[in-house]
Design a protein around this ligand. Structure first.
Ligand SMILES: NC(=O)c1ccc[n+]([C@@H]2O[C@H](COP(=O)([O-])OP(=O)(O)OC[C@H]3O[C@@H](n4cnc5c(N)ncnc54)[C@H](OP(=O)(O)O)[C@@H]3O)[C@@H](O)[C@H]2O)c1
Length: 244
């Protein structure tokens, strides 16, 4: 019997940490991202731009065609891929970029969750969706309108889906996780923005200079530990800094 986890953006940053952690613990790991890491043999890698909604259905169908419901004892989806986008006030962001960021950060997780629930309907195994959200879902950072809006949407998606799934026999458990401040390219982008574009930039420089960033490995280990301890209960929205 196998344990399977599908991770978006499993090739980099937090997603890469999660891919390694789940693989270390015996999971079959499947990643979806635009780029492939050539030497990453432990992960099945699918190339897909998740902002192109039509291609999401193809890639998920392809992945499910290689899964076997009778030999799967646990099936998970981690919606992790994301992009902060240009750090600037909304009036300075062009409509195409607005569309792209909402598609990637919110529409793609909605479609992935929809397809995951549909295609795993009737499977006997344990099923879970982890949506990687952010404190930005509840803290309005100036110059992060699109990112904050998308993450707020992610949390509401978690709340509604978890209610829907609770009513269903062997439904999918759905959670949101805030990973804290993590040392990735996204974080570097935030702290390297000029102050005139991003009022809170000093806060992010301080996190870095005071050594307060988590590594992707620490975040992945914590998420995995919370999963094994049964802390990722349906409908929970958890900041990993506040749970043991
Ligand atoms: N870092 C933090 O401090 C922090 C804090 C709170 C929440 N988060 C959340 O954690 C998640 C991961 O962030 P990170 O910091 O690890 O970012 P990251 O290092 O920039 O990695 C982003 C990942 O998303 C994938 N991705 C980006 N655009 C994509 C697209 N169009 N289609 C498919 N995949 C795409 C990237 O792969 P490709 O480039 O190959 O496509 C990459 O694997 C995000 O949801 C982010 O909002 C991060």
């Amino acid at each position: 019997m196998e344990k399977v986890v599908i991770i978006t953006g499993g090739n980099k940053g937090i997603g890469f940490g999660l891919a390694k952690e789940f693989h270390k613990n015996g999971y079959r790991v499947i990643s979806i991202a635009r780029n492939k890491i050539e030497k990453l043999y432990t992960v099945e890698q699918y190339q897909c731009d998740l902002s192109i909604t039509e291609s999401i259905e193809n890639v998920i169908d392809e992945i499910f065609s290689h899964l076997d419901r009778s030999s799967t004892k646990r099936l998970m989806l981690i919606n992790n891929a994301g992009d902060l986008g240009p750090v600037d006030t909304l009036d300075n962001i062009d409509p195409k970029t607005i569309e792209y960021l909402i598609k990637l950060n919110l529409t793609a997780p909605l479609i992935l969750n929809s397809l995951f629930i549909k295609l795993s309907k009737g499977w006997e195994c344990k099923k879970k969706i982890i949506n990687i959200s952010s404190g930005a879902a509840i803290n309005p950072y100036e110059s992060w309108t699109l990112y904050c809006s998308a993450k707020a949407g992610i949390d509401m998606m978690t709340k509604v889906l978890s209610k829907e799934q609770k009513e269903i026999k062997n439904g999918v458990k759905v959670v949101s996780i805030y990973p804290g401040v993590v040392d990735t390219d996204m974080q570097a982008k935030a702290r390297n923005t000029p102050k005139e574009k991003f009022k809170s930039v000093q806060r992010f420089i301080d996190f870095y200079e005071h050594g307060e960033l988590f590594t992707p490995k620490q975040v992945a280990e914590k998420i995995y530990r919370l999963q094994t301890k049964g802390k990722l209960k349906n409908g929970k929205i958890l900041d990993i800094r506040n749970v043991e």
